[in-house]
Design a protein around this ligand. Structure first.
Ligand code: HEC
Length: 152
């Protein structure tokens, strides 16, 4: 299962947006959907770390496995010309500072890899320690590259 997810994410991450999406609208919906799913699965892990959701080691590991695959998906959907075509919150800096955007995505993926290892250890303290850096990495990119409001 893990290997299959890894293969699928490597494939998804390496496909150029132009080949993957016919219209800008499709790319926008795709990346927003992936982010929404990331929020749902990270939210469950954060909830357990913060005691809002009862800790369940298997559920934590399963959520982390899914999250680990999801975090590679949005970044193939930021091709040129996808700043419009459907309501979106992208800032132009995604393209004018592409290296900075890539650094933010790399940092988040690295933090999620650590969270995945922590979740698989079955240790709640390890999970607690690994959740914060992931949340910070999401917020850091949103602060720099995501607008408050959707475009029309
Ligand atoms: C490298 C930058 C980056 C990182 C890292 C990042 N995001 Fe995002 N996120 C964005 C951008 C840009 C958008 C706006 C996309 C759009 O509107 O087209 C977004 C949108 C979202 C949305 C709203 C989706 C919608 O339907 O409009 C959620 C939820 C979200 N992110 C969750 C997360 C979570 C959770 C993490 C961390 C696990 C994360 N993001 C990490 C850049 C990032």
């Amino acid at each position: 299962m893990k290997k299959l997810i890894l293969a699928a994410t490597i494939l998804a991450a390496s496909l150029p947006a132009a080949a993957q999406f016919q219209k800008a609208e499709d790319a926008i919906k795709y990346r927003q959907s992936a982010m929404t799913l990331m929020g749902a699965h990270f939210g469950r892990l954060a909830g357990m770390a913060q005691g809002r959701i009862a800790f369940d080691a298997k559920a934590a590991a399963d959520n982390a496995t899914v999250l680990s695959a999801l975090v590679f998906l949005p970044f193939g959907a930021y091709g040129a010309g996808t700043d419009k075509g459907a309501p979106t919150r992208v800032k132009p800096e995604i393209w004018s500072n592409a290296a900075g955007f890539k650094t933010r995505s790399d940092e988040m993926q690295a933090a999620v890899a650590k969270l995945d290892a922590a979740a698989r250890s079955g240790n709640l303290d390890a999970l607690k320690a690994a959740v914060g850096p992931v949340g910070d990495s999401c917020k850091g990119c949103h602060d720099d590259f995501r607008n408050e409001k959707y475009s029309n």
